[in-house]
Design a protein around this ligand. Structure first.
Ligand code: SF4
Length: 885
């Protein structure tokens, strides 16, 4: 029977509501939930493609021990035994959990309870450490609590929105769409984008400040000093609700304007223009994300921003406030349950004996972790040096995402006992597990998530659990029971866990803790199943309401006052002739984290189908790299090979490489292998955006592009990058030599039977060589080789996988590597929803479509999720500029 289920998107921290429809035939489709207050029906390209990521290809369906199938009882017994043994022999700190902002709150709650209250260690940390731990630390220093004061609506109500270290258009696309729509309605609204790159977000900016890496502290210190000297501060607010202003102002005044220009890489005029804009607009929201957080001075940056809002009293009122945009779908939920090594449940403080006592009593726990545990980078150092002997990794892929990732991989490989709970059988991390536990994925699991504006929403199951996959909370609770804590882990459902979590939030909470959802402490399964999205807090007995924090003070330091934190601009990175470029890492529009889900979607993979480096044209010239060349990037820690994408959007001296690609999708593109394991001293968050590297052209003898109906195997080439395509796979290739038996190579790589003969084409003058294999009228695989990066109409070649080749003419057209005149090549995908390529958009512009709306009317591009509208606008500008020359 067909059904519709309201759930929540599992990708970014916007937390969009999704309606999933399961048809009579079992086919799933998704659409935005028009009633969800985060997105009001909108979805971005990733959310729109969720239904394409639900197949069971590559799924881990059964527990495995040492590579063999095991039953749950055996696997859980082994996990409990090995953890208990390690604790007995080496103490509680010899074990660790490394968990994830992808977990649901109930999973997170049980993991934290087991580790901190029953094992007695705080060695539980999460990939949220890599995402927003500097925001947490900044909030706690300033507010005395990890409180996000505002809500999304503030971005629409503000007269000035400052986006710093946030590529909102690609990383929080629906929020970007809300902002873009508000600006379209009120063109007088100003948007400032502060980013070393001119990202797609700058498309709607009135001002783009191409700041030097880590220049934010200096920028906001200068702003604070300017606000004081221009008389824009709110002395009443400062006096009534804060402490430490003189010290913060003194620190902020350390640099004069020329020094600020030097520290930020901006001109004095740019600085003053920005400062005046902030000074004269009371309704200002400053949004910040990984460009601020992922820094050796991330916490100071956060406090530099918050200082400016405290000084002006622009906080907690409509259209005003600092706003941390969380990366992951449930990073906020993880913070609420204390799923980080330096936190306790329900926003309590692990360093406070009273809080530890309260939590221990509530849990009736035999112990409580007495001190902070190891934060992510230190945790894996402890794995490497043998202090941690048993490690459980859940819903995350640290071999791809942690800094110095090769060393992390070596540490995991050498760890005596590693458990990995995941939905996929093969990930870069899962391959080193002693025990693999199959988890439920999106659409199969039940629980809650909290988005960036403190809104709690249900993720609901609408699919049967595949194979023997089970919820992460269940796995943890079963191990807890087997370790002797049956009573504490007797939960029968996520609703039971949520009720306990809600009760703890209100337990002896006399208002000194911000996180309180005790109104839901007695929730039963029926109410839990029907739970509508709501914002916390929701204390017991209070009338439910959505609220902002701190407009009238009421901070969570013991004296109720916020703290100004004096911060100093970090010293510029010392020059380094051996590693002259600054590497910045980040996300692309259509992929999520390590591609375990988005990598399954051909549509999403078509936008950017291989790993790349953005490099400024003058830098490319310096290192003799041309467009589409391969580039080797090296740091003292590791190396990667990626495609050159030469663009003036990239600042000179800096490179940008996306974080997503890994060993399942490319030969050598785990970019975090290059990232120095330097962390912020307060938050422990790694500095993933300011890495000294060198870059050089990676020369190959032969370059190739291929399409294949079957998944390619054993690609023994100097470079490869594969991506899902409609009807099969597409791949970019480069070979160190040009003399192979290419027919044999294709048979091995594309699983082609020996009795299928290819047709081929060779041009001895140009060195081009092509092969295509057919079975009946179906293309099995085609390989296009060239001494230079292959000039093949790629999207057209991909489309041939699904085309009929029922005559020789059609077959030889494939080896020609380009469409006939009547079959134009769409070019690289820009609009994923309608599979519209750049060549189609360019043609429409030539025909007179000079606005995003006109292109949309002609091609539908940009008319569904809207994630590509900024790119379409960029293409229009580029085409019109070229035509005007
Ligand atoms: S913005 Fe996109 S990825 Fe983020 S929650 Fe919404 S639909 Fe999902």
């Amino acid at each position: 029977m067909a059904c519709e289920v309201k759930t929540t998107c599992p990708y970014c921290g916007v937390g969009c509501g999704v309606i999933a429809r399961v048809g009579d035939d079992g086919a799933v489709s998704v659409k935005g939930d028009p009633e969800h207050p985060a997105n009001f029906g909108r979805l971005c390209s990733k959310g729109s493609a969720l239904a394409e990521t639900l197949d069971l290809d590559g799924r881990l369906l059964y527990p495995e021990i040492g590579g063999r199938r095991a039953d749950w009882g055996e696997a859980l017994d082994l996990v409990a035994e090995r953890f208990s043994q390690s604790i007995a022999e080496h103490g509680p700190d010899s074990v660790a959990f490394y968990v994830s902002g992808q977990l649901l709150t109930e999973d997170y709650y049980i993991a934290n309870k087991l580790m901190k209250g029953f094992i007695g260690s705080a060695n539980i940390d999460t990939n949220s450490r890599l995402c927003m731990s500097s925001s947490v630390a900044g909030h706690r220093r300033a507010f005395g609590s990890d409180t996000v004061p505002g809500m999304y609506e503030d971005l629409e109500l503000a007269d000035l929105v400052v986006l710093t270290g946030s590529n909102l258009a690609w990383c929080h696309p629906v929020l970007y769409q809300r902002l873009a729509a508000a600006k379209a309605t009120r063109p007088e609204m100003k948007v400032v984008v502060i980013d070393p790159r001119r990202t797609m977000t700058a498309d709607i900016a009135d001002m783009h400040l191409a700041i030097a890496p880590d220049g934010d502290t200096a920028l906001f210190n200068g702003l604070l000093a300017h606000l004081v000297t221009s008389g824009a501060v709110d002395q009443n607010y400062i006096s009534a609700h804060t402490a430490g202003f003189p010290e913060a102002f003194a620190a902020a005044s350390a640099l004069d304007l020329p020094a600020l220009a030097n520290a930020t890489g901006l001109t004095q005029a740019e600085l003053l223009d920005f400062y005046r804009l902030f000074e004269t607009n009371e309704k200002v929201v400053t949004c910040y994300s990984q460009g601020v957080n992922q820094s050796a001075a991330g916490t100071d940056k956060v406090n530099a921003i918050i200082n400016c809002h405290l000084a002006t009293g622009r906080i907690g009122r409509p259209g005003m406030g600092p706003f941390s945009l969380t990366g992951q779908p449930n990073a906020m939920g993880g913070r609420e349950v204390g799923g980080l090594a330096n936190m306790l449940a329900a926003h309590m403080d692990i360093d406070k004996p009273l809080d530890r006592d309260l939590v221990q009593r509530f849990w009736a726990a035999p112990t409580i972790a007495p001190t902070q545990g190891l934060k992510a980078v230190d945790m894996f150092r402890a794995v490497a040096d043998g202090r941690i002997k048993a490690l459980w990794i859940m819903a995350t892929n640290p071999v791809v995402s942690l800094p110095d990732a090769d060393a992390v991989e070596a540490a995991i490989r050498a760890c005596p006992f590693v458990v990995v709970s995941d939905i996929l059988k093969e990930t870069d991390t899962a391959r080193h597990a002693h025990v693999l536990l199959p988890s439920l994925g999106w659409g199969e699991k039940d629980g809650i998530v909290t988005n960036s504006e403190r809104r709690i929403s249900r993720q609901r199951a609408f699919l049967e659990a595949p194979g023997e996959a089970r919820a992460d909370w269940w796995q943890l609770a079963e191990v807890g029971r087997r370790m002797g804590f049956a009573e504490a882990f007797g939960h029968a459902s996520p609703a039971d866990i949520f009720a306990e979590h809600a009760a703890l939030s209100g337990f002896e909470n006399d208002g000194r803790r911000d996180f309180d959802i005790s109104a839901l402490a007695e929730i039963d399964r029926t109410r839990y199943d029907a739970l509508e999205p709501f914002q916390w807090p929701q204390p017991k007995g209070a009338v439910p309401q959505e609220r902002r924090f701190f407009a009238g003070g009421g901070f969570y330091h013991p004296d109720g006052r916020a703290r100004f934190v004096p911060v100093h601009a970090p010293k510029a990175r010392p020059g380094n002739d051996a590693f002259p470029f600054i590497l910045n890492t980040g996300r692309v529009r259509d992929h999520w984290h390590t591609m375990t889900r988005t990598g399954k979607s051909a549509r999403l993979s078509g936008h950017l189908a291989e790993p790349f480096v953005e490099i400024h044209p003058r830098d490319a010239q310096k290192i003799a790299v041309s467009d589409a060349d391969l580039v080797m990037i090296q740091s003292p820690y590791g190396a990667a090979i990626v495609r050159a994408l030469i663009t003036e959007r990239q600042a000179e001296g800096s490179l940008f490489v996306p974080m997503h690609w890994n060993d399942q999708f490319a030969s050598k593109a785990r970019i975090d292998a290059l990232v120095t394991p330097v962390t912020d001293p307060v938050s422990g968050q790694p500095a993933s955006k300011n890495v000294a590297v060198r870059a050089s052209r990676f020369a190959a003898k032969t370059y190739g592009f291929a399409v294949s109906a079957s998944k390619p195997q054993n690609l023994d080439t100097a470079y490869w990058a594969v991506a899902k395509a409609e009807g099969g796979w597409r791949m970019e290739l480069a070979f160190a030599d040009g003399d192979k038996d290419w027919i044999d190579w294709c048979r091995g790589a594309f699983s082609i039977a020996a009795d299928i003969e290819p047709i081929g084409y060779t041009d001895r003058t140009s060195g081009e060589f092509r092969l295509a294999f057919f079975e009946g009228d179906r293309l099995l695989a085609a390989l296009f080789l060239s001494p230079r990066p292959a000039a093949v109409a790629r999207n057209w070649a991909v489309s041939q996988l699904g085309a009929s080749h029922d005559n020789l003419g059609r077959r030889f057209a494939v080896t020609a590597g380009r469409p006939g005149a009547n079959q134009p090549d769409p070019g690289a995908t820009v609009c994923s929803c309608f599979s519209v390529g750049v060549n189609q958009i360019t043609a429409a512009i030539r025909e007179g479509c000079h606005s995003v709306e006109a292109v949309g009317e002609k091609l539908s591009a940009g008319t569904n999720c809207g994630s590509c509208r900024a790119e379409i606008r960029g293409i229009i500008h580029a085409c019109l500029a070229a035509a005007a020359e």
